[in-house]
Design a protein. Sequence first.
Length: 347
Amino acid sequence: MDGLNYDIDTSYEDRSSSRSSSRGKATLGVIASGIARQRTLKTAISCTGVGVHRGREATLTLRPAPVDTGIVFNRTDIRDDNAAIRVSAQAVIDGRLCTTIANEAGATVSTVEHLMAAFAAQGIDNVIVDVNGPEVPIMDGSAAPFVFLIDCAGVVDQELPRKVIRVRKAVTVVEGPVLASLMPAERGLSVDFEIDFAARAIGRQGCHVDLTPDLFRAHIARARTFGLRSDVDMMRAAGLGLGGSLENAVVVDDDLILNDDGLRYEEEFVRHKALDAIGDLYMAGAPIIGRYHGVRSSHAHNNKLVRALLADPANYSLETVDETDLAAPGLGRFDGWRDTDRIAATA
């Protein structure tokens, strides 16, 4: 995996199994066969990389967590009780260039969306994410290194059922040409995304993906973050994007791809936007059963959508479901397209 250095901590004990081993035997007997169970990692695992905006080296460690912990980011460089940030839609404080979360004490962690997308695709409910600074390492700019970490650590079912958010009523956020919506679905989560850029190397693209581990790996996980050369120059002038490079992002200059190795997919740009949306939706705190449609939607719009969904209990139900309810119909599908004949009037 590009730029990935990892270390597996085989000495770490899964506290969920030790804490609840006695009650687990009794609890498992009352969980109906086929009910989706919560999941965590089998062992801890670490990686090191650079933060894309501040340009500082960051070390990330994923650790198993007990049932009902959720996903918790822990700033190991903060030496008091204010280091933990539990993932929720309300924890998101900024979505302009990436997804940034914070706790009430003001501790923040940025660029969480790629890791969150990997957790969503692999069905991880409970995990402690230790990070020794304010940014998750960008790695190669995709979610693939984080999927690799999860694979190396292994995944284990836990003794309590998963809770899922089933969309009951359509919810939509519209701001000018931007649209983000969630609609009811019988099973699983599907993501449709469209983008339209003036840069001729991007143009108008779209994709559909049913969120399954296999489809995410094959079609979404390796899609890298991207930017326009003019935007990169402006970010650098503002002291941002200091860790960005052609090793961890696709950079476009009108009709040119500046990366020597080119693109990983013809529609890599929109596939990455679908990846971002999957991570942003998982900020809801549980898997979503529904259909997402995004047109030029940003991290900020995705968060507004999740907040709007959860703001009214009539919009959703919190349920225990069978594994089949979380799966796409059949084997699921992926479709991608690019309109090479149409150039947008605006980026």
